[in-house]
Structures are given as structure tokens and as C-alpha cells.
Ligand binder design. Sequence first.
Ligand SMILES: Cc1cc2nc3c(=O)[nH]c(=O)nc-3n(C[C@H](O)[C@H](O)[C@H](O)COP(=O)(O)OP(=O)(O)OC[C@H]3O[C@@H](n4cnc5c(N)ncnc54)[C@H](O)[C@@H]3O)c2cc1C
Length: 207
Amino acid sequence: MLLANLPSTALAEPRQLRFVTGKRKKSWNKNCLAVGLSSGFMEPLESTSIHLIQSTIMRFLSLFPRRDNFDIEMNRFNNDVDREFRTVRDFLILHYKATQRDDSELWNYCRNMEIPDSLQEKLDLYQSGSWLERDKQELFGVDSWLAVLNGQHVRAESYSPLVDSLPKDKLESILRETREVIAQCATAMPSHEDFIRKHCADPTLHQ
Ligand SMILES: Cc1cc2nc3c(=O)[nH]c(=O)nc-3n(C[C@H](O)[C@H](O)[C@H](O)COP(=O)(O)OP(=O)(O)OC[C@H]3O[C@@H](n4cnc5c(N)ncnc54)[C@H](O)[C@@H]3O)c2cc1C
């Protein structure tokens, strides 16, 4: 499929990378700390590995033990790592679950697959009243969740009642300003094609 859609002949043979997804039950066990791929891997879609390396190091530093018995710090660390992996996992699964594609076995499977309770709860809350909560240790913010939900046509059935506490003209001006800022940013940015042509064009394609 990849080779069939290239605009020119391939520069090299494609290299398939295979990986097993998952994480260690304990990233920190006794005097051993697993960081990076040694602690786990989910998948490359949202490129989270380097962030997880960094957050593991920061978390370890903030819980760096002083005493010989450091079970309390270790347990807290492992629980927090679990939570962070879980939120990333849920965000990744959403990309697949929310698909509307029905043109292949893969996408049909994804659309109908079981999802973790934590993700189902997040989806239910969003669809019921636009609620999007962010765990304070979570990598992906509300904007990221909204982009994937809206981008894949998962719509909320209602909006937050808090919105009704704002006067209508105030609400309209906030929305207008948001729209203007987005439009100005989009206008100021080069198109994807222009950017590639200027910064990283493949000379063999434009002769
Ligand atoms: C093509 C590609 C693109 C990527 N893009 C992104 C991205 O955009 N964003 C992102 O966050 N992540 C990205 N990743 C993932 C990220 O780069 C890796 O998850 C990360 O570098 C892993 O770091 P690590 O230190 O855990 O493992 P590695 O970087 O694999 O380091 C492990 C080291 O251990 C050495 N080693 C292995 N076995 C032994 C042994 N028995 N004895 C001694 N040494 C050993 C290896 O030689 C290696 O130097 C990408 C990965 C790939 C392959």
C-alpha cells in the first residue's frame, strides 16, 4: 500500500518495526528503575515515549528516597506511572474507537471493539454534557481530547449549564475573538505544501 502510493520510486526498502505494547507492573522495584522502553511502550501515533521518559525522571527526582525503606515513595511513584500510562492509553484508543470508517476489517473492528471503563466514562461525560476532565498528571489536555473527538465527529448532546451563567453578548464576543485569533493564525501560517517546498523538499521530485 505504501509503495503503491509513492509519487516516485522508493529511495530504500521500507523497514517494518514490530513492537509489543504494554508496561511493567512496577517501573520502580527495590533499587531498580525502568525508564523509557525498558518500562513500557504503547504505540507511535501520538509520540509519547520521550515525554514519558522525561516525566518518569522528574517523578523519580521528586520522590527521591532518603531512607533505606522507601516503600511509600516507590508505591506512590508506581501508582502515578500507572495513571499516566492509563490516560495516554485511553487517548490513543479514542483515535481508533471514534473512527467512522467502514471500508475495511481493521476499522470495523476498531469501531466496535471494547474499550476501557475509564475511556467509556470520559466519552459518556463528554457526550452527555460536554464535560472534559483532565487528570492533573495527564499529558493530553482538554484541547487535544476535543480535537480528536470533534475531528472524528463525536459530538456532545448538550453544553455545560455554566455557559448559561454568561450574558449572551459576552459569550458571543468570546466566541468571535476565538474565531478571529484562529483565522489570523491560519492566515499567517504557510500551507503544508509551501512549507515543505521551502524547508525540506525532495530535490528528486521537483526537477
Ligand atoms: C523512527 C522512530 C521515530 C520516533 N519518533 C518519536 C517521537 O517523535 N516522539 C517520541 O516521543 N518518541 C519517538 N520515538 C520513540 C523514542 O525515540 C524511543 O521510545 C526512545 O528513544 C527510547 O529510549 P530508551 O532510552 O528507552 O531506549 P533506546 O533509545 O532504544 O536505548 C536503549 C539503549 O540500550 C542499548 N542496549 C540494548 N540492549 C543492551 C544490552 N543488552 N546491553 C547494553 N546496552 C544495550 C541500545 O544499544 C540503546 O543504546 C521514535 C522511535 C522511532 C524508532
